[in-house]
Design a protein around this ligand. Sequence first.
Ligand code: C2E
Ligand code: MG
Ligand code: MG
Ligand code: MG
Length: 292
Amino acid sequence: FAKQRGKNRVEEYSQEYDEWLRRRTTVEHELRGAIERDELRVVFQPVVSLPSMRPIGAEALMRWHHPELGTINPDEFIPIAEDSGLIVQLGTWVLNEACRQLARWLADGHDVWVSVNVSPRELHPAEYVTRVADVLRSHRVPASRLVFEVTEQAVATDLEELKARLAALRDMGARIALDDFGSGYSSLGQLRHLPVDILKIDHSLVWDTGVRESQPAPMVDVVVRMGHRLGLEVIAEGITDKAQRATVERAGCRFGQGSLFGWGVPAEHMEALLASAQPAHVPPVIPPALPA
Ligand code: C2E
Ligand code: MG
Ligand code: MG
Ligand code: MG
């Protein structure tokens, strides 16, 4: 009987694996033509200044709607794009779209920056930096308006190479954000030696607290304080309600992002948000990058 059950489990497992593999193969195959078929979009999620809630920047996020498969989540297709190498093509496309919109917003007089997510695979070839320079030039966008978000996962790969690449982007005037901080295997020692300007606190740390406004948030407090001590700007991600916002603000965090302020929206909607926001009475929301 035990043997029989074991066998069934193996069959079940291999059936699940088959399904998983089939889905993955389909997604990868369809993703190859997604740009040409015009199935991809970029949405922008506002990053706000915390006391005023004024949008000061926006994170560019990829969206994919396939006519038959429906809407496919980035958490599903990004890892597939990374493994297959397609991420290089997709990332370039997103960077172009982001810079195209950014150029319009800047031309309209908005004081705003845009961040893009960059996978380790994209950063790996040294050509990445020249490609970024080309895109910026073609849209006449100053590098100082661009933020590159990398994850702790990227940090864990090839530290020396990553450092060189990030430093080169920074030399151009762009800023670097460490994304999802506190979600994985964070290495504080590495953080200390990486050319990073901004720390993005992962939503899991934010959600862990802020259930009641009176509740203390030791993790958020410590991360914000540490970030500031290292001379970094800190953005709290995934703020979904007022209690979380209050907790994060009390910790001294000056910038936030999350559904409380808005989900990712099409460029035109982001433009409306920028246009309706109060003009800034205070100078630059995030100071220029520190020398490496
Ligand atoms: P991320 O860079 O950490 O992006 C933040 C994610 O959290 C986004 O999910 C966003 O929609 C979601 N989010 C923001 N606020 C809230 C909130 O208040 N509540 C909840 N429940 N979620 C919130 P999304 O767009 O599904 O993206 C998932 C991940 O996919 C991103 O995580 C990023 O790692 C990756 N990704 C998305 N676009 C790109 C891209 O163009 N290039 C690369 N390399 N990765 C991308
Ligand atoms: Mg991000
Ligand atoms: Mg994040
Ligand atoms: Mg993430």
